[in-house]
Design a protein around this ligand. Structure first.
Ligand code: AHR
Length: 619
């Protein structure tokens, strides 16, 4: 008998369903996506960030050829008050040069032969000091990879720039700043960027990591967190402050480095302007998450009658993204280099602030935003699934106040995902929509990835209720792991996608725009040939035993070329399905556009199938 497949229009639109979530944990920004190569560039590291940190973390004193100098950190008259510390080299004996070196991230500063690196620094000298300052990149064996000289002749703070061209490739360089003469040389805001950043932008992003993200073709990017949004004090001028977006724009020296929720110092060099720019560059809609005036970790709560500035932050951010240059915040954006608005459709208030103080404050934000910007979609927060009753509280609040979406988070076992495939089956289309703002099964194996793929098919199937979904966390530097699993792993010169990354890529690269319900009948008990024409992508997955597929063939309808993508696929258990998925992966994840193929297969049931999926993503 022929296996019949029927499709029906459901009327559901998939809209912006699949996107990405960026949070600076695992050194995702500093030492990661943010291309800055100097660690602790403004001498702001502090034990408040991390118990082992101090203002000279990653720096070392250098004394060459009989040179002698003191190295200290002062804060009396900084280059910019937002980052008050600076290094002082007090030269007692110049020898062949004295100064300091920076170790970068991971094994050091990674450079490539013949590529250019843009160095900048703020310096101030005492009157007695006239000799040029030498800037060197030294390789792992001490050989000079690049060098330049700067005439630092000002007794006032001055910014200096030079270009270093790498003489050889090395993944373990260090930057050395060497002075001669006698007297004091004061140094702050030391920065080294590859000239090649993503799209060549200044203060830009590491190209290899950014390309991996762009390749996903996400519909949106949620940022900047995560717990780091609501963690911190209520004073925006405090280094321990909650994440306040206005602190993250403008000249990098004016952005106050802050204690990050994840136990390290965050420079904010990757800030809101850069986030919006990156979203625009990769065609993703920006979804900023703002603190709702409540830190659930430390019980810090903004009194209701002092919520004004917090709400104003949200309104000003919308103007920053959408206002033309004649508006206050649109004008600031324009002065930073982006004359045209970035655009903004969504804004999230709070991240996992499950607690009554949040739900008391949320309505004030919601009302103020909707009054000025009725078309902005406002996202409420329901927190992590494990929070039980409080989880439901987010939904009650969302229904009561008319939130457009509710942010839910799942970090669970693969078995949990399989058992909860149906979570959204009964959600209603006329209620606030789900924003699955963080989800992952615990692991980066093919098994995890396949389970997530199966779960994503159900998110698509429930597009009437699920508006947005993104895997989390996105990035992890192998040398600074706060959290596992993660979608993309990297060190200072390499980047790898996990199987979970490739599943996300598969779904985002072939994201549909409308939902078709697929019905199959006559699945034969014995092997028999079937033939259907499909458009889109295919994922095979079985939930426990057992289906057997034979001779799965794809024919290119344009060229007539045939490709066997699975001679014999026994989905006897989910582990088996995973290894078969690996076999199919090279085809499924290739660049091939699946829209013009006919799929043929032979299938039979070989055991008690509880559920199986043959998934065709429609374009
Ligand atoms: O993704 C890691 C963390 O998990 C996020 O910061 C938080 O929102 C969640 O608990």
């Amino acid at each position: 008998a022929k296996l019949n497949v029927y499709t029906h229009e459901t009327g559901a639109q998939l809209g912006d369903l699949f996107g990405i979530f960026f949070e600076d944990l695992n050194h995702a920004a500093d030492g990661g996506l943010y291309a800055e190569l100097i660690q602790n560039r403004s001498f702001e590291f502090d034990p408040i960030d991390h118990q082992d940190y101090h203002s000279l973390t990653a720096w070392e004193k250098v004394e060459r050829g009989g040179g002698r100098a003191g190295l200290s950190v002062e804060s009396a008259t900084p280059f910019h008050p937002a980052n008050p510390h600076y290094a002082v080299i007090d030269i007692q004996e110049p020898g062949e040069g004295v100064g300091l070196s920076n170790a970068g991230f991971n094994t050091g500063i990674a450079v490539k032969e013949d590529e250019k690196y843009l160095f900048s620094v703020c310096m101030r000298r005492s009157d007695s000091f006239t000799t040029p300052v030498r800037v060197l990149l030294e390789g792992a064996n001490g050989a000079v990879c690049a060098s330049a000289e700067i005439i630092a002749d000002s007794a006032d703070w001055q910014k200096y720039e030079t270009v270093l061209t790498a003489g050889f490739t090395d993944t373990a360089c260090r930057l050395v700043i060497l002075a001669g003469g006698l007297g004091r040389l004061e140094i702050d805001r030391v920065s080294l960027f590859p000239e090649k950043t993503y799209r060549g932008r200044r203060n830009g992003l590491r190209e290899d990591i950014a390309v991996m993200l762009a390749d996903l073709k996400p519909k949106f990017m949620r940022f900047p967190g995560g717990c780091l949004v609501h963690d911190g004090s209520l004073n925006p001028d405090d280094r321990n402050s909650m994440y306040r977006w206005k602190n993250t724009i403008g000249e990098i020296a004016s952005r106050p480095a802050r204690r990050n929720n994840w136990g390290y110092n965050q420079t904010l060099g990757l800030g809101y302007y850069e986030y919006f720019q990156f979203c625009e560059d990769i065609g993703a809609k920006a979804i900023p998450v703002l603190p709702g005036g409540y830190d659930p970790h430390h019980g810090r709560i903004v009194p209701i009658d002092e919520l004004g500035p917090w709400i104003q932050d949200a309104l000003d951010l919308i103007e920053f993204a959408r206002g033309d240059a004649s508006t206050k915040w649109g004008g600031i954006r324009s002065s930073l280099g982006h004359t045209e608005p970035f655009g903004l459709e969504y804004i999230a208030i709070g991240n996992e602030e499950v607690g009554e103080p949040f739900f008391e404050r949320y309505p004030y934000f919601h009302k103020a935003i909707k009054e000025l910007y009725p078309d902005i979609q406002v996202i409420n927060s329901s927190g992590p699934f494990a929070a039980g009753g409080e989880y439901e509280r987010g939904w009650t609040s969302a229904r009561e106040h008319g939130s457009d979406l509710v942010d839910e988070h799942f970090y669970q076992s693969p078995e949990w995902f399989l058992a909860n495939m149906d979570r959204y089956d009964h959600f209603k289309a006329d209620e606030p929509k789900v924003f699955l703002g963080e989800y992952a099964s615990w692991g980066n194996t093919y098994y995890n990835a396949l389970v997530e793929a199966a779960f994503m098919t159900r998110l698509e199937q429930n597009a009437h209720a699920v508006g947005l979904a993104c895997y989390a966390p996105m990035l992890c530097n192998v040398g600074y792991v706060n959290w596992k699993p993660d979608m993309i792993w990297f060190d200072n010169h390499q980047v790898f996608g996990t199987p979970n990354y490739y599943v996300q890529k598969l779904f985002m690269n072939h994201q549909g725009d409308r939902l078709l319900y697929i019905d199959a009948e006559n699945l034969p008990e014995k092997p028999e040939a079937s033939q259907e024409t499909v458009k889109g992508r295919m994922v095979l997955a079985a939930e426990k035993s057992a289906v057997s597929y034979r001779n799965i063939t794809l024919t290119n309808n344009l060229t007539g070329e045939q490709q066997v993508i699975g001679e014999s696929v026994e989905l006897n258990d989910i582990e088996g399905a995973v290894s078969k998925e690996e076999e199919l992966r090279s085809f499924l994840l290739g660049e091939t556009d699946l829209r013009d193929y006919t799929l043929k297969w032979t299938a039979r049931k070989t055991g008690g199938v509880r559920g199986f999926l043959i998934y065709f993503g429609m374009q």
